[in-house]
Design a protein around this ligand. Structure first.
Ligand code: MGD
Ligand code: MGD
Ligand code: SF4
Ligand code: MO
Length: 685
């Protein structure tokens, strides 16, 4: 015992910062950045530095619980195995569902073993946070390249003109493509190349930008269409485009964006004509551009159209994988740039209608045939229906808190009460833990040996990391992987004799703790060479062309309504850390002075935000403090998620009008709301 220092890495977000953790006995006394870490070089954010406080969380789970009673692991697992066995026998494997939360990707061996157990049971009821986060990105990537996994990322060592659309890296550190030290990085990009931000809120990132375009929520697709249109007239890389896209696709794209001249675009998006022209001029001058999208756009009803046109801007300028353009991380472990087949050398059939993707859709859950599965997962929007219909009788929750993150909390909570089994693997008394029949008190980040297996594609360079646990699991906590193996043994699944063997075969350097940086740290060209058939982007799939036409005709947001848009908090990771330090202090709703005046609301006043959708029940409201500011566009209320009392998912819904039927994504940006002073009754809907 005594004082010791340990090198490890943070698993709270995909930056995966190197940490030095100082312990005194079993207490964590300090967490600081590791200056010798080859990727993050000492950088940390307040969330990572709070890892010790989270480890000693006042409501940390210390032991397993069965129906609210503290029990030993054997009793818990005997009961759980018997219940799961019975449910599978009575109702079939799909009656056992899993919800993978954010943390399931961070506990590599827990996830790998739990995946194996669910495959062993044979369930198709797999749900994850992807369908409440950014499934449009995977869908559009797959349509354009044939693979869902390439994500455009900033090349921080060789950046160019950069446009942020619905992402606020200063707070979030990027969406699925991590940015280290975002303030320094974005400042440098702004100074040397230009940084433009499209966001209905003047964000922390917008404050560093060359120009902030305060776009109306859900209208980004139109602004990007206007940019594509202008570039196709003047600014496209014609030679690149002829080589890397079919002529028919270029024509289809041109026709799709044709109506979006500057004037109607300005009218619909609320962005001044001069600003739109300025953005086009900046891209023409730079020649290439990096466009990064985020949850502001993936959570909007127009997500798919926006994502498509963000890719289109980069394709028509020949920016992807070129100097100054975005790169795609192939993963230091997956090594997609080196493995697998080279792309076919013949072009696909001339009609690039997206039929390949349509064919890959799997049947949706029986109670929601309107929501097909994608990438082996069913949309979270269907979970409450599936439980209510009796199709799902047991739910295993791993590293997520569905009662804060999934739509319509009130309804989901009632549905959870009907489950035979709600087994939750968590580290603290999260909202869903309070409803669990089986609580699995698993080891946390500082108590695990770990590896960057599921986060392989997200870091800012190609790097893999392995760490030892800093502390042994305390109290009666166990590694999720061990717990799952013991559960699996009761259900007939053999354990994996050597968990590391598979990884070490892939990347021998992972045989010991440390950081492996691939050299060169960023490889470019692999998407062109290995993924694109004949080197050609499937630039204008018919499904996207049709979808854009429909989205463009739909005047979102309706004039005269207020819409809520999401915001992330600096000291909190979704629901995590809200009870630690100042993690819970970002519950304000931000609104424009014009809207505040209409609603008779003053700055600092308590307000009620009520869902304005048809059929919203009395539980579809949250109380919060108003911040009246010109930092948001009129018509828009900025609300953060992940809180317990002011849980924004009381306002969202998984019913058909509130979900994108193409991707299964729950609409979480641009939800119609009313704001009234708290204490007043909400006006009748
Ligand atoms: N309305 C609305 N809804 C949203 C969003 C929004 O902006 N607005 N955001 C969406 C997004 S992008 C996401 S990713 C989802 C997040 O959805 P979830 O992943 O369901 O929610 P989190 O709050 O991230 O839950 C993480 C849980 O993991 C637990 N945890 C922490 N460390 C460990 C560990 O080491 N092991 C295990 N097993 N558990 C651990 C935490 O205590 C916490 O309960 O929410 C989505 N929902
Ligand atoms: N500190 C912190 N970091 C986090 C998280 C956290 O909770 N806290 N969560 C992590 C997770 S799970 C994720 S998925 C990522 C998300 O990372 P980001 O995608 O960067 O998410 P945000 O920081 O919420 O930025 C979204 C921005 O979109 C804007 N916006 C909302 N609607 C629209 C719209 O219609 N159009 C446009 N153009 N903008 C819009 C919002 O005002 C907001 O500024 O962050 C991760 N990092
Ligand atoms: S940026 Fe992400 S990885 Fe780094 S310290 Fe913060 S939460 Fe941890
Ligand atoms: Mo997320």
């Amino acid at each position: 015992m005594g004082v010791a220092e340990h090198r490890t890495f943070c698993r709270i977000c995909p930056v995966l910062c190197g940490l030095v953790v100082r312990t005194d006995g079993d207490r964590v006394v300090e967490v600081r950045g590791d200056r010798e870490h080859p990727v993050t070089k000492g950088y940390t954010c307040p969330k990572g530095r709070a890892a010790g406080d989270f480890h000693h969380h006042p409501r940390r789970l210390d032991g397993p619980r069965l129906h609210g009673r503290a029990v030993g692991w054997d009793e818990l697992l005997d009961d759980l195995a018997a219940a799961l066995g019975r449910i599978v026998a009575e109702s079939g494997p799909d009656a056992v569902a899993v919800y993978w939360g954010t943390w399931s990707w961070m506990d590599a061996f827990g996830r790998l073993r739990a995946d194996a157990l669910l495959r062993h049971l044979g369930t198709r009821s797999r749900y994850s946070a992807i369908t409440v986060d950014a499934i449009a990105r995977l869908t559009v990537a797959e349509l354009l390249t044939g693979s869902p996994s390439p994500f455009p990322a900033l090349d921080a060592d060789d950046p160019g003109l950069t446009v942020l659309v619905g992402t606020n890296p200063v707070v979030s550190h990027g969406h699925s493509a991590a940015v280290v030290d975002p303030v320094t990085t974005l400042r440098r990009v702004a100074r040397d190349h230009g940084l433009w931000v499209l966001d209905p809120r003047r964000t922390e990132s917008a404050r560093l930008a060359t120009r902030h375009l305060a776009v109306r929520p859900g209208t980004d697709h139109l602004l990007l269409a206007c940019v594509v249109r202008a570039l196709l007239d003047d600014g496209a890389d014609e030679a690149y485009l002829r080589r890397h896209a079919a002529a028919a696709d270029i024509d289809a794209l041109r026709r799709a964006v044709e109506p979006w001249r500057v004037e109607p675009t300005s009218e619909r998006t609320g962005v001044a004509e001069a600003d739109i022209e300025g953005l086009v001029a900046a891209i023409r001058a730079a020649g290439r551009v990096t466009v990064l999208t985020g949850t502001g756009t993936t959570m909007a009803p127009t997500a798919v159209s926006t994502e498509w046109l963000a890719w289109a801007v980069q394709i028509v300028t020949g920016s992807f994988e070129a100097p100054g353009g975005a790169w795609f991380n192939p993963g230091a472990i997956a090594r997609a740039h080196a493995h697998g087949q080279r792309a076919a050398t013949t072009a696909p059939a001339a009609d690039t209608s997206g039929s390949a993707v349509a064919a890959r859709l799997e049947p949706g859950p029986p109670s929601r045939p309107d929501l097909p599965a994608r990438f082996g997962e069913r949309p979270c929007a269907a979970l409450a229906d599936e439980i209510e219909a009796g199709n799902v009788r047991a739910l295993l929750v791993v590293g997520g808190d569905p009662l804060t993150s999934l739509p319509d909390t009130t309804r989901l909570d009632a549905a959870f009460a009907r489950l035979d089994v709600l087994a939750v693997a968590d580290v603290i008394e999260a909202d869903t833990v309070a409803r669990a029949t089986h609580v699995l008190s698993v080891a946390g980040m500082l108590e695990r040996d770990d590896v960057t297996w599921f986060t392989d594609r997200f870091p800012p360079v190609m790097a893999a990391q392995r760490t030892n646990g800093v502390l042994a699991p305390g109290a009666d906590r166990r590694l999720l992987a061990d717990v799952v193996d013991d559960l699996g043994a009761r259900l007939g699944l053999a354990p994996e004799p050597d968990r590391w063997a598979r990884l070490v075969r892939r990347l021998p350097e992972l045989s010991a703790p440390g950081v492996v940086v691939h050299d060169p740290p960023r490889v470019k060209g692999w998407v062109h060479e290995r993924l694109l058939p004949a080197g050609r982007w499937n630039l204008a799939p018919r499904v996207l062309v049709e979808r854009f036409a429909a989205d463009a005709a739909d005047p979102v947001p309706l004039p005269g309504t207020l819409v809520a848009v999401p915001r992330r908090a600096l000291r909190r990771m979704n629901s995590m850390l809200r009870d630690v330090g100042r993690g819970g202090d970002d519950g304000e709703v931000w609104l424009h002075p014009d809207d505040a005046a209409t609603a008779s609301v003053a700055d600092g006043q308590r307000v009620l935000v009520t869902a304005a959708r048809a059929g919203a029940g009395p539980g579809a409201a949250i109380e919060a403090t108003a911040r009246v500011t010109t930092g948001v566009v009129p018509g828009c209320v900025s609300v953060s998620h992940g809180l317990h009392e002011a849980n924004v998912n009381r306002l969202t819904s998984g019913t058909p009008g509130s979900v994108d039927p193409f991707t299964g994504m729950v609409v979480q940006s641009g939800i119609a709301v009313r704001v009234t002073p708290a204490g007043d009754r909400p006006p009748p809907g």
